[in-house]
Design a binder for this molecule. Structure first.
Ligand code: TRP
Length: 366
C-alpha cells in the first residue's frame, strides 16, 4: 500500500542507560530527523515488553531503566513537542496485532532469522529452552512498526533481518486481507564508524557486562578516565613507530565524533582528521595526543547532553508525564489501526452492519 505520510518509528529496549554507541548509531540521527521537518510523524518508544522477553525474572531492572532511557532521550535532544515518546507495554493493541501476525509466520522462518540466531546464542539459550515470547519477538517488532504505519525505521544493520521479516508479514497480510498495512524501510547510519561502535577495550561491541561503555550520563571525569585507558594499536610501542588505524578504537571514535572543524579548532597541528591520521601512520605521533583530542571532542558533544539531563533529573514526575502523554497519543493511533485491521480480517462483528443485515435476512428466509 502507498503510504500517505512519512512516518518514523524506532525504539530501544530499556535494559541499561544509553551509551555513546547508541548516540552515534541511532540517537544523534533521530534528533536530526526530528528537526529536519521532513517527516509527518515521529514515534520513539521504549520496548519494555520486548526487554521482558529475556528478563522476566528481572522486572526491577527494566522498570529502573525506563526512566534512565527516557532521560537519555530527552538529554540527547528528542523533543516531546515534535516526537511522540511512549512505552510499549502501555499499548495493549500491540499484543493483539502480534497475535494475528503469529498466524503468518512459520517456526522455520523464525529459526532462520539471523538476528534471532545470534541473540539466542548470545543469551546461552539452548534449543528448546528459548522462551516462546523471545523466539517470536520479530513478530512483535513487526507489530510495533506496522501499528504506527511507519515508512522509515532508523536502526542498525543488525535490525535488517527484522525489517525483512516485517515486510514479509505486511505483504502476506495485504495479500490475504487487502491493502491495510505499510511496508517499512530501514534507514541505516550514514557513517561506517557508527554502524557499531566498539567498546573502549576494542572488543566488537559496547556492552554493560564487559564494562567497556562510555555512557551519555557519565561525568566529564569518568569520560576522560575511560578514554585514557582505551585500546589503541598494540604494535605502536615507541612514538616514532608507524601506527595502525585499523582496529584502533581511538580513531574509530574520532571517525564517529570528530568533524574537521573540531580537529582544526582543538589541535595546533592539523586542519583535518585525515592529516592527523597520516601523521599517526607515518610515525611520530603518540597515542596520548590522539586521546587528548578525543577527550575534547567527546566533552564538546557530551557536555550539552549532560546539562540537559541534569535539568530533567530535577523533575522526574514531569518526565513521567511526558511519557504518559506520549502513550495516549500512541494509543489513539493504535486503536485506529486496529479498527482497520479488524475490518480487513472480518472480525469487526459489531461495526459490520451489512453482516448483521445479511444474516438477518438469511435466517428470516429459512
Ligand atoms: N529490537 C530493538 C532493540 O533491541 C528495539 C525495538 C523493538 C525496535 N521494536 C522495534 C526497533 C521496532 C525498531 C523498530 O533495540
Amino acid at each position: 500500500m502507498e503510504p500517505k505520510e512519512k512516518i518514523i518509528l524506532t525504539g530501544d529496549r530499556p535494559t541499561g542507560k544509553l551509551h555513546i554507541g547508541h548516540y552515534v548509531g541511532s540517537l544523534r540521527r533521530r534528533v536530526e530527523l526530528q528537526n529536519s521537518g521532513l517527516y509527518d510523524k515521529i514515534f520513539i518508544f521504549e520496548a519494555d515488553a520486548q526487554a521482558l522477553t529475556d528478563n522476566i525474572e528481572n522486572p526491577e531492572k527494566v522498570r529502573q531503566n525506563v526512566i534512565e532511557v527516557a532521560l537519555d532521550y530527552l538529554a540527547a535532544g528528542l523533543d516531546p513537542s515534535k516526537s511522540t515518546l511512549f512505552i510499549q507495554s502501555q499499548i495493549p493493541e500491540l499484543c493483539e496485532l502480534s497475535f494475528y501476525f503469529m498466524d503468518m509466520v512459520s517456526v522455520s522462518r523464525l529459526q532462520r532469522n539471523p538476528t534471532v540466531k545470534t541473540e539466542v546464542q548470545m543469551r546461552g539459550f539452548s534449543g528448546e529452552s528459548i522462551p516462546v515470547g523471545f523466539f517470536t519477538y520479530p513478530i512483535s517488532q513487526a507489530a510495533d512498526i506496522t501499528m504506527f504505519k511507519a515508512t522509515t525505521v532508523p536502526a542498525g544493520e543488525d535490525q535488517e533481518p527484522m525489517l525483512e521479516q516485517c515486510r514479509e508479514i505486511v505483504r502476506k497480510f495485504n495479500n490475504i486481507y487487502g491493502d491495510t498495512l505499510i511496508e517499512p524501510n530501514i534507514l541505516l547510519p550514514e557513517n561506517a564508524a557508527c554502524l557499531r561502535l566498539p567498546g573502549t577495550d576494542g572488543k566488537a561491541k559496547m556492552s554493560k557486562s564487559l564494562g567497556n561503555c562510555i555512557y551519555l550520563s557519565d561525568s566529564a571525569d569518568e569520560v576522560n578516565r575511560k578514554v585514557k585507558s582505551m585500546y589503541t594499536d598494540p604494535t605502536h610501542l615507541q612514538v616514532n613507530d608507524p601506527g595502525h588505524l585499523e582496529g584502533n578504537t581511538v580513531f574509530t571514535y574520532l571517525d564517529a565524533f570528530a568533524t574537521d572543524e573540531m580537529v582544526a579548532a582543538m589541535t595546533a597541528d592539523y586542519q583535518t582528521l585525515q592529516e592527523m591520521k597520516d601523521h599517526y601512520t607515518r610515525g611520530g605521533l603518540g597515542d596520548m595526543k590522539c586521546k587528548k583530542l578525543l577527550m575534547s571532542v567527546l566533552q564538546e558533544t557530551l557536555e550539552p547532553i549532560r546539562q540537559r539531563r541534569a535539568e530533567f533529573e530535577k523533575d522526574i514526575p514531569q518526565v513521567y508525564e511526558i511519557l504518559k502523554k506520549g502513550c495516549e497519543v500512541a494509543r489513539e493511533v493504535a486503536c485506529q489501526t486496529m479498527d482497520e485491521v479488524r475490518r480487513a480480517m472480518k472480525i469487526n462483528y459489531f461495526q459490520d452492519y451489512t453482516l448483521i443485515e445479511e444474516q438477518s435476512r438469511r435466517f428470516a428466509s429459512k
